[in-house]
Design a protein around this ligand. Sequence first.
Ligand code: ASP
Ligand code: MG
Length: 401
Amino acid sequence: MAIIVQKYGGSSVADTEKIKKVAEKVVNTHRKGNKVVVVVSAMGKTTDNLISLARQIHPSPPTREMDLLLSTGELVSVALLCMAIEKLGYEAEGLPGFFAGIRTDDAHTKARIKTVDTRRIIEELKKGKIVVVAGFQGLSPQENITTLGRGGSDLTAIAIAGALKAEICEIYTDVPGVFTTDPNLVPEAKIIPVISYKEMLEMASAGAKVMQSRAVEFAQKYHIPCVVKSTCQENGGTMVTEVDFKEGAIVSSVTLDDKQAKITFFNVPDKPGIAAKIFGALGDANINVDVIVQNVSTSGYTDLSFTVNITDMEKAYEISRKLGQELKCKDVTADNDIAKITVIGLGMMNHPGVAARMFKALADAGVNIEMISTSEIKISCIIRKGEGHKALKAVHQEFIR
Ligand code: ASP
Ligand code: MG
């Protein structure tokens, strides 16, 4: 008998009517003869609200208690969904993360799953019950409740699917699948029927909010097939799986990230050890650097720019300004009026000319490129923020028809 893991996000359980709908879906899957494990997120904006409550009391709340607080959101969803399933005449067993055997490290608010002990889940499934597990939470070695980072219910679902060797992990959300770009910005966006783990990971880091990137990483590592689909539709969705690069689209998606900032060092000495020093200091401060560009040096000096997440801009700028003085740079500037446009596609690996097409599309739209970075399956350009929408439309039209 096949085991199916279904994950319902916060928007799918936002109110009691929606919870009743989810119960019907779950029961239907169960009645088809499947063993069903359901993972749920907190209702609607519950997690945001809990975070805001904590901040009203303490500017940086103790993380152990923060996890205690945040874990309650998912428990509410579990309890209500079980009641809704029972109301339909079926037996459900609701389990907090720790009863479901989710063991994590002790990095509170961003814990990593170490092991999943499936004994309890299997026991309940054997009794013919539908098992409902609280997403986003686990138990640390010190037996404290931990949470898995924002969007962590995806990870719970994938990890349980992996441990149970489930047939599939279905990720239910409020959109009908993964789109070629944000349909709110570009109405021509289409659903991607099949996408590789690799592309999903690039999409997550390029700013698309589809699945938690740790969850995609986990799915890739253990070859767990998953499908992202809408709670309101029976069919369709996007299958996330292993894809041979020869079968991949040249460009499967285009993303726009306007939550970036650029730091520039003007006239840094062009000699060994300078970049190591700058990026070492940023790394020590836990700041992720994205696109890096260094100019050709003239008379022993060069300009160096890099981008960081906008939330890290102040911190990065402060560190950079100090280093700039130390290195006797002419100036150090911070600029948050930028956006990053990225094209992603597995097929890029064996098709030359994608970069040229992207640059031409931007040029034809009158968009200036300030920085470029590439990997095997993606090309990113930094542009002015105000031109983001126009750029996204032009590049999407060039590659996706
Ligand atoms: N409720 C948590 C969050 O909002 C986990 C999740 O939704 O996956 O981040
Ligand atoms: Mg959520």
